[in-house]
Write a protein that binds this ligand. Structure first.
Ligand code: XLS
Ligand code: NI
Ligand code: NI
Length: 437
């Protein structure tokens, strides 16, 4: 194992610790609602941000200091990165990870060579997984960086691009399967369009569905038991992405007969870009039985860009954990830090600081969410707010058994309905009561 980070394994020291390299709230073995924190939170690290993000922005070059990386596309360099990543995972106490094929393994001149190198890297990943007990939360294919994908991958106007993308996805699923991946994510990198002037929208959507159907068939063919996810995002890089939010993804999957094969991987910053809260996206997915996994980060709402900041907002993490606890927790999913350090936080140690900040924020969110549930006042209020619907008439309307004729007759002889206060501020006050403890 490599030794690039001059730190010990990060330990829990409690809320009063002043040590930047200690957990203040994340105590993996502490039990909440009968389950250790680590099993509630199922943290994962993103290979692309930890190992491949130079911390550049549109106005300046990368700043990240990476003494283990010689900047080349050699296999040796790629293998060294794997070792460094697993050193990081061990020291930060994260047992799951996610990658794109091209994060871990470079592209070569032909598909054959590219696949051969990928197999070599996968062998190293498997070794390190076996040595450390770390496992793969999900894999994915990078279908958005190479110039061939500039006009989409599955939704490219060019058939040859679709064919190339299909080959790439096939291999990425195969490697994910060989690594025992618990899932596989489809984020529609450039699956969208910039202008309708040059776009056949429905054809592109059909092509995307065709790609996903082939992926489902391949999954069954090789016996891959992991969960397929779609990750919604409304724009960036294209102006209009087809998988724009949770509801749009569910509609897409339903329209093309794919719903039973997919769940959603929801990302906080994408929810923000879609003009939603993360809790809204989670609720929509959860109620449809399709909340699968989470890309944990946060954005700056007034910025309009996927800034992928580490999630440190306790109000946000509390809301996320309220939804997750209400769902009964993750099955195949986890909290994947699809987050990057700020460009100013360029030292290797900042990888630790940033993940610690995110992990602590979620651990605290979990504690607060659990306390709010135990208190019960919010849940009781919501139940009482809809109590009139628990009447025989309400039940019959909900069951689709009432008619306009019946309700018209009833309305004529009923007094004007009265409303009760929504008490939003009281309820928000209850959340704050627990947040401030
Ligand atoms: C980009 C996406 C991407 C996916 C994986 O905005 O969040 O990182 O999670 O391709
Ligand atoms: Ni993401
Ligand atoms: Ni994103």
């Amino acid at each position: 194992m490599s030794d690039y980070f001059p730190v010990q394994k990060i330990a829990y020291e409690g809320p009063d610790s002043r040590n930047p390299l200690a957990f203040k709230f994340y105590n993996p073995d502490a039990r909440i609602e009968g389950k250790p924190m680590r099993d509630h939170l199922r943290f994962a690290a993103a290979y692309w941000h930890c190992m491949r993000n130079p911390l550049a922005d549109p106005f300046g070059a990368g700043t990240a200091i990476t003494p283990w990386d010689d900047g080349s596309d050699s296999v040796e360099n790629a293998l060294r990165r794997v070792d460094v990543f697993f050193e990081f995972l061990q020291k930060i106490s994260i047992d799951l990870y996610c990658f794109h094929d091209r994060d871990v393994s470079p592209e070569r001149g032909t598909i054959q060579e590219t696949e051969q190198v990928f197999d070599q890297i996968a062998t190293r990943l498997r070794q390190r997984q076996d040595e450390t007990g770390v496992s793969l939360l999900w894999g994915t294919a990078c279908l958005f960086t190479h110039p061939r994908y500039a006009q989409g991958a599955a939704t490219s106007p060019e058939l040859g691009v679709f064919v190339h993308a299909a080959a790439q996805v096939r291999k990425a699923i195969e490697v994910t399967h060989l690594l025992g991946g618990q899932g596989y994510t489809f984020w529609g990198g450039r699956e969208g369009y910039n202008t309708l002037v040059n776009t056949s929208l429905q054809r592109e959507r059909e092509h995307l569905a065709a790609m996903l159907h082939m992926a489902v068939a391949f999954k069954q063919e090789i016996g891959f038991g992991g969960q397929f996810y779609i990750e919604p995002k409304p724009q960036e890089p294209t102006t209009h992405q087809y998988d724009s939010d949770a509801a749009a993804c569910l509609n897409f999957l339903r329209e093309f007969g794919l719903l039973e094969h997919f769940k959603l991987n929801l990302e906080t910053n994408h929810a923000t870009l879609a003009g939603h809260t993360m809790a809204h996206e989670m609720r929509i997915a959860r109620e449809a039985g399709a909340l699968g996994s989470i890309d944990a980060n946060q954005g700056t709402p007034n910025c309009g860009w996927d800034t992928d900041e580490f999630p440190t907002d306790l109000y946000l993490t509390t809301q996320v954990m309220l939804e997750l606890l209400a769902m009964g927790g993750f099955t195949t999913g986890g909290l994947n830090f699809d987050a990057k350090r700020r460009r100013e936080s360029f030292e290797p140690l900042d990888l630790f600081h940033s993940h610690i900040a995110g992990m602590d924020a979620f651990a605290r969110g979990l504690q607060v969410a659990s306390a709010i549930r135990a208190d019960g006042r919010i849940e009781e209020f919501v139940a009482a707010r809809y109590a009139s619907w628990d009447s025989p008439l309400g039940r019959r309307i909900e069951a689709g058994e009432a008619s306009f004729a019946e309700l018209h007759a009833l309305a004529l002889q009923s007094p004007a309905p009265t409303l009760h206060s929504g008490r939003q501020e009281v309820l928000e006050g209850i959340i704050n009561q627990y947040l401030s403890r």
